[in-house]
Design a protein around this ligand. Structure first.
Ligand SMILES: NC(=O)c1ccc[n+]([C@@H]2O[C@H](COP(=O)([O-])OP(=O)(O)OC[C@H]3O[C@@H](n4cnc5c(N)ncnc54)[C@H](O)[C@@H]3O)[C@@H](O)[C@H]2O)c1
Length: 262
């Protein structure tokens, strides 16, 4: 039975009473969104391969008066996300929200990409994300409803002539279409599934040389003339996850300062 719209008068962006899990919540965009969800009232589980990163985010949420639990998880491990979801539910309650931000990026010329490099990219960014969605949806079916947000990218829409990341680009295109497919399949369970396609965002992922060295050139190609701060992904994420987005499912929301308009 699909989710009903939020009642009139209630803040449509409120996440009070919701329980969320954020993969990749130990850094960058995932961390900013985890903090933002907590600020909107959600209790948040942070699942990250970096125990230290996850703990730092949880500490920041608690310092701001929120509730959070940190869990060390590798999204590629067989039962990792099932166990992570169980740990979040044991501490915070039935899962209703999920953000899948765990991911990697690198640049390798397509003619030199090895099978190992190609498959590692897909194992983390596609298979790991799919297994995360699966574990989350199973929990949301028990809860009775849910909303999932996957981190896609503008790299799934355009191919960046100078960036040499065919494996990353194609993996992100897969995330957006996987999202549409799951949105269709899980709507009868009252689970909405959307993706966010950020443009260039100032996170540790973009501190790598191949992006940092091109920052000035890339910024000139962005109508807003700058990279995004991770915090600028929070509003779009809350919109899609909350009652404000109750009629959105299968959306790939581009938040890129206009980069893909050109
Ligand atoms: N930064 C950008 O410009 C940008 C743009 C578009 C999309 N994205 C996407 O947004 C998401 C977050 O990126 P970010 O820039 O915040 O990167 P980041 O490197 O700052 O954070 C990624 C997090 O994912 C975690 N992680 C990596 N592999 C993992 C695994 N196997 N299991 C669990 N956790 C794992 C890392 O420990 C890290 O905490 C990624 O999916 C990325 O592809 C980023």
């Amino acid at each position: 039975m699909p989710e009903t719209p939020p009642a009139a008068g209630r803040s449509v962006f409120s996440l009070t009473g919701e329980v969320a899990i954020v993969t990749g919540g130990g850094s960058g965009i995932g961390r900013a969104i985890a903090l933002g969800l907590a600020e909107c009232g959600a209790r948040v589980g942070i699942a990250d391969a970096s125990a230290e990163g996850a703990e730092q985010t949880a500490v920041a949420i608690r310092a701001a008066g929120g509730e959070a639990v940190a869990i060390e998880t590798d999204v590629t491990s067989e039962d990792g996300m099932t166990d992570a979801v169980a740990a979040v539910e044991a501490t915070l309650g039935g899962l209703s929200l999920a953000v899948n931000a765990a991911g990697i990026a690198d640049a390798v010329p397509a003619l030199e990409l090895t099978t190992d490099q190609f498959e590692r990219m897909y194992r983390i960014n596609v298979t790991g994300l799919f297994r995360s969605c699966q574990a989350e949806a199973r929990a949301m079916i028990r809860t009775g409803r849910g909303s999932i947000l996957n981190l896609a990218s503008i790299s799934g829409l355009v191919s960046h002539r100078e960036m040499l990341q065919a494996h990353y680009n194609s993996a992100k295109a897969a995330v957006a279409h996987l999202t549409r497919s799951l949105a269709t399949e899980w709507a009868p369970h009252a689970i909405r599934v959307n993706s966010l396609a950020p443009g260039f965002t100032l996170t540790p992922m973009n501190a790598r040389e191949e992006v940092a060295s091109m920052r000035a050139d890339i910024s000139r190609q962005i109508p807003l003339e700058r990279f995004a701060e991770p915090e600028e992904m929070v509003g779009p994420a809350v919109f899609l996850l909350s009652g404000a987005g109750s009629y959105c499912t299968g959306v790939d929301l581009v938040v890129d300062g206009g980069f893909t308009l050109l």
